[in-house]
Design a binder for this molecule. Structure first.
Ligand SMILES: Nc1ncnc2c1ncn2[C@@H]1O[C@H](COP(=O)(O)OP(=O)(O)OP(=O)(O)O)[C@@H](O)[C@H]1O
Length: 592
């Protein structure tokens, strides 16, 4: 979407409110120029002492009071109609940005640090709120004030009007030069805010390490450097604003002196009355006020434009076209319980220097039948997680390599694909919520609440129920940010419970049992086997003990399948498998 389309799209979101705002702003500005006219008539009647003039004076004063009251009411309405759309747009954009972030592929998130995104959602969207709120209000205020006021002034004295505009015009030119410099500085400031947010987020996620390794001074110094750059930029903005803002203020004073001087001269020549000079002075304020607000408006406009660029950096990233395709219920159920077949799968990370020579997965072929339990054994760096991320389509793949039934998974939207495949990753992520909520997270289907008995059952199966019963508030215990209250093994078991709760056709467990002992590992796997008799299971591990009971095991080394078979077959056929098994048997006995 182009920038102008973006601006139009969100303006149209509140079109009726904006229309009412424009009408109200016009009425306010019209009344603003009308009231001095009644003041002028009243002042000119002050010198006369007839009964008629007194009645006229009272009538004019009454008009001034009545119009002022109406103006106050309409001004309140104009603020309401003009400012609320800013808040509505901010809320709508937050939803749009979050929705897009949720659908963008991992390649986008690899490029954009979370801290930067948070800064855009907080600071830049605030700039957009001001743009669509106060920016709109003041723009029309200025437009109407600058077009109506000179006409009313002209009606009194064309000559004096021309002279009065001279200081304002000069000030506006000087002002323009200053504000051109500001645009670049505002953009820089928002970038620096994003840098600071990214850095803080980075350090705060590693705060325990920073304390343990006594890196506090170094980190403080690094934050100081980024903060200093932000401070310098903010100070430069403040400096320019302090120098240029008062220029319009001085112009206003100068204009008043001019009106009094020239107006007095015309008064002596009987070209103007005192009432007209009084009205002229009021008009000069009406003319100068919006110009004095111009500084703020230009800032709001500049910040708004820069913020729109930042938000568009997110929103203009297209969701892959296949992710836009959604299957209907019939298509979905036709593909239930299909065979996953991997055919000559090769993968190299796009950021590798030479993708061909740095292939992480090389020509892999295997299948997982419905209900089959398959294991993948591989040493550190063999490519296990890469394989998992290809299978769940977390990574972007070339077509023709992975099929679900006869459907190429690259032709299925990621959202649909994940209703068939659930992955439990090796770094379990927990939300800052209760244990129960963490298990149920995202599992609510078709407005039906998850059965608490089911939660208890999956906690039991993942061997976490005993631990949970020991906690003060049982499954209502808060786990803290990222599950800080739980041990590594407890986190792993909680993420297993979460995956078991929602039905899916294939569960992938990527090295999720590394933090539990051999006995617990066996019991958990037994529980998982019982729960998912109908579903397929892929367990990835560097521990043979986790794979012993699988229907088949693939041995992965340097991205290639070097052996395959059952546990018994591999003990016979693969020396690598046998040696790993023997080595781990000793470890297991030693730890028992
Ligand atoms: N995002 C990435 N960009 C570039 N290279 C990567 C990326 N992720 C992994 N790799 C590389 O791919 C290779 C395989 O990594 P992978 O994480 O798949 O191995 P693994 O078998 O799961 O290892 P581990 O048991 O340690 O988790 C490694 O050489 C790693 O450096």
């Amino acid at each position: 979407m182009t920038k102008s389309k973006f601006i139009m799209h969100y303006l149209l979101l509140n079109k009726f409110s904006y229309l009412l705002a424009i009408v109200c702003i016009f009425i306010v500005n019209y009344l603003q120029v009308e009231i001095p006219r009644y003041i002028q008539l009243a002042v000119d009647l002050l010198n006369q002492s007839t009964l008629e003039s007194k009645a006229g004076l009272v009538e004019n004063v009454e008009w001034v009071i009545a119009l002022s009251v109406v103006m106050v009411v309409v001004r309140i309405l104009s603020r309401m109609y003009a400012l609320n759309p800013g808040r509505i747009t901010e809320a709508a954009l937050k939803n749009d940005v979050f929705h897009r972030l949720n659908r963008l592929p991992s390649t986008f998130h690899d490029k954009f640090a979370s801290g930067k995104l948070i800064s855009i959602i907080n600071n830049d969207l605030n700039g957009i709120r001001l743009f669509y709120g106060i920016g709109f209000l003041q723009l029309f205020n200025i437009l109407f004030a600058l077009s109506l006021t000179p006409i009313w002034m002209w009606k009194i004295s064309p000559e004096l009007t021309l002279y009065s505009v001279i200081p304002i015009a000069i000030a506006a030119i000087i002002f323009r030069i200053g504000f051109r410099k500001l645009r670049a500085l505002h953009a820089e400031r928002l970038n620096r805010l994003q840098d600071l947010s990214e850095q803080l987020m980075n350090y705060l996620s590693g705060i325990d390490l920073i304390k343990n390794q006594q890196m506090g001074d170094w980190v403080t110094n690094e934050v100081n450097k980024v903060n200093r750059r932000l401070y310098d930029c903010t100070m430069q903005i403040a400096k320019i604003q302090t120098i240029y803002m008062p220029i319009l203020d001085y112009a206003n004073h100068f204009m008043k002196v001019l009106i009094l001087g020239l107006g007095g001269y015309y008064l002596l020549q009987a070209k103007l009355t005192i009432g007209e000079i009084t009205a002229f002075l009021s008009y000069s304020v009406l003319l100068a006020l919006p110009l004095m607000h111009l500084g703020r408006i230009v800032t709001v406009y500049q910040m708004g434009m820069i913020s729109i660029d930042s938000v568009q950096n997110i929103l203009n990233n297209a969701v892959p076209s296949t992710d836009m395709l959604r299957m209907d219920d019939n298509e979905k159920s036709a593909l239930r319980r299909s065979t996953l077949s991997v055919q000559n799968l090769s993968y190299g990370y796009p950021n590798a220097k030479d993708k061909q020579s740095q292939m992480v997965l090389k020509d892999l072929s295997f299948s997982i039948e419905p209900g089959e339990k398959v294991g993948v054994l591989g040493s550190i760096g063999a490519g296990k997680s890469t394989l998992v991320n290809c299978l769940n389509h977390h990574l972007s793949l070339d077509p023709g390599q992975i099929f679900w039934g006869d459907k190429d998974i690259t032709q299925v939207s990621r959202q649909d694909w994940r209703s068939y495949v659930r992955t439990i990753t090796q770094d379990p992520f927990l939300f800052s919520a209760t244990i129960s909520e963490n298990v149920k997270f995202g599992a609510k289907r078709k407005n039906q609440d998850v059965d608490e008995l089911d939660v208890a059952q999956v906690l039991e199966l993942s061997q976490l129920q005993e631990d949970v019963q020991r906690f003060g508030a049982r499954d209502q215990t808060l786990v803290g940010e990222k599950g800080i209250m739980l041990s590594g093994g407890q986190k792993q078991r909680l993420s297993i419970a979460r995956a078991l709760l929602t039905p899916s056709d294939l569960i992938i467990m990527d090295n999720v049992l590394s933090a539990v002992d051999y006995e617990t590992e066996r019991t958990i796997l037994k529980g998982v086997f019982n729960r998912i008799q109908e579903q397929s299971l892929l367990v990835v591990s560097h521990r043979v003990s986790a794979l012993e009971y699988m229907d088949k095991i693939l041995v992965l080394e340097q991205g290639e399948i070097i052996a395959r078979g059952t546990h018994a077959e591999l003990l016979e056929s693969s020396s690598y498998y046998r040696q790993t098994w023997e080595l781990q048997q000793h470890e297991s006995e030693a730890s028992a």
